[in-house]
Write a protein that binds this ligand. Structure first.
Ligand SMILES: Cc1ncc(COP(=O)(O)O)c(C=O)c1O
Length: 417
């Protein structure tokens, strides 16, 4: 570990909870340099929906590299990009009757968010953005300004402005009708609310603690945005690409956001790729107005295209994800019932699941106990109080059962301590 501790910045974080040196991985398993196996209930924070080194994606990638396919090309036209655009259109957008232009904003999720915010401001001529309590949108300054976590915000070193938080679904425990406060502020010329350019929302807040917005809440939000001519941005960086079941997490609400941010699993193989999907009438960028060196890593186009062709030509994966998610949800409900001394609340949708504890300390202990038993899980939520279960969508039912067994053992160990 010496070189990591002596040379790598103190900003490193995941390695602190998982003090192993990982060497290789396959499917739902990682192996450390001593050959110890770890089952993955983390999936690269949502970047590995199809598992590690998925053999179908790996074959396509190796073939592409072997034939000296283009690796780097900024935003030049390439055959790999053409294939990807066709796959997005034919397999994802057209069957869902969605009409979006596709922008490549940079390699990661925060790039997709920055581009979305910039474009909404350019289109509307307004500066202010509405975000939600416990939101997470990334670490760059624009994305951080619409993120809730105070520790992360503190890292900015400057005031984070031009964003106003509103209560996320159920933030007020159902005591207030949806959007009462938001709509009142919009309607009242004396409210002091700056007229918003955009609303940015996650349908399920991953980093915020696996908070699930109801379909009717999302639908109400879309209608509110339409009424007030506000650009609706859905940040599907973590919950898109099938994490909650359907390809886009907002499909259950029957809405069509103005802008959609995708990253993480869109590349399919854990390679960096991000998209900002834009309704055609909003695509008013000047050429090069949003630029960047890594806006389309071509090997990621290859694995992304292969993932779409392999997993999204029919609804098998979607149905599997929902069934597996229900199975995990039921197991967590049973576990909470069987451990009366330790209050726990199961949360989630599809294969984005969580178990909320009363404190971050407890949730952290459960994750540490799971790591000792060979299972990787992280915590989320403002105080790290939610144990987050996000296996690859391709995890088998047997693997899920064995992971859930470790979760139960870990909770029991922490409860008895
Ligand atoms: C919803 C959401 N948006 C944006 C981001 C930022 O993505 P990245 O870390 O690739 O910049 C994340 C990362 O976890 C996320 O969960």
């Amino acid at each position: 570990m010496d070189v990591f501790e002596s040379l790598e910045s103190t900003v490193r974080s995941y390695c602190r909870g998982w003090p192993a040196t990982f060497d290789h991985a396959s499917g739902s398993w990682l192996f450390d340099e001593n050959g110890r196996a770890y089952l993955d209930f983390f999936a690269g924070a949502g970047a590995l929906n199809y598992g590690h080194n998925n053999p179908v994606l790996k074959r396509a990638l190796l073939d592409y590299l072997e034939r000296d396919g283009i690796t780097h090309a900024l935003d030049m036209y390439t055959t790999a990009k053409r294939d990807f655009l066709h796959a997005m259109s034919d397999i994802v957008l057209r069957p869902r009757q969605l009409n979006y232009k596709i922008m490549f904003p940079g390699p990661g999720g925060a790039n997709a968010v920055e581009a979305a915010l910039k474009l909404a401001r350019k289109v509307t001529g307004r500066q202010s953005v509405i975000n939600f309590t416990h939101a997470f949108h990334g670490m760059t300054l624009g994305a951080l300004s619409v993120t809730g976590n105070s520790m992360k915000r503190g890292g900015a070193g400057i005031p984070l402005v031009h964003a106003t938080p509103m209560p996320y679904d159920n933030y007020l425990d159902g005591q207030v009708p949806d959007f009462l406060w938001f709509e009142r502020l919009l309607q009242d010329s004396g409210s002091g609310l700056n007229e918003p350019a955009a609303v940015i929302v996650e349908t399920v807040q991953g980093e915020g603690g696996i908070n699930v917005a109801r379909a009717e809440w999302l639908n109400g939000l879309a209608r509110l945005c339409a009424r007030h001519d506000i650009v609706l941005i859905v940040d599907d960086v973590q919950m898109g690409c099938g994490r909650t079941g359907p390809f886009f997490s907002f499909e259950i609400a029957g809405i069509e956001p103005d802008i959609v941010c995708l990253s993480k699993s869109i590349g399919g193989y854990g390679l960096p790729l991000a998209l900002t999907l834009i309704k055609p009438e909003l695509d008013i960028w000047e050429p090069g107005e949003h630029n960047g060196t890594f806006r389309g890593v071509n090997p990621a186009f290859v694995t992304a295209t292969t993932a779409l062709r392999t997993y999204w030509q029919d609804d098998t994966l979607e149905k599997d994800t929902i069934a597996k998610g229900d199975r995990i949800g039921a197991a967590l409900t049973r576990l909470a019932r069987q451990t009366p001394g330790v209050p726990m609340t199961p949360k989630g949708r599809g294969l984005a699941r969580g178990l909320a504890f009363e404190s971050g300390a407890l949730a952290g202990k459960v994750c540490a106990a799971a790591f000792e038993r060979g299972l990787l899980m992280e915590t989320s939520g403002p105080d790290g109080e939610v144990v987050k279960l996000m296996p690859p969508l391709t995890m088998t039912n047997d693997e899920i059962e064995s992971g859930l067994g470790i979760v139960a053992d870990s909770v029991a160990a922490v409860a008895s301590a």
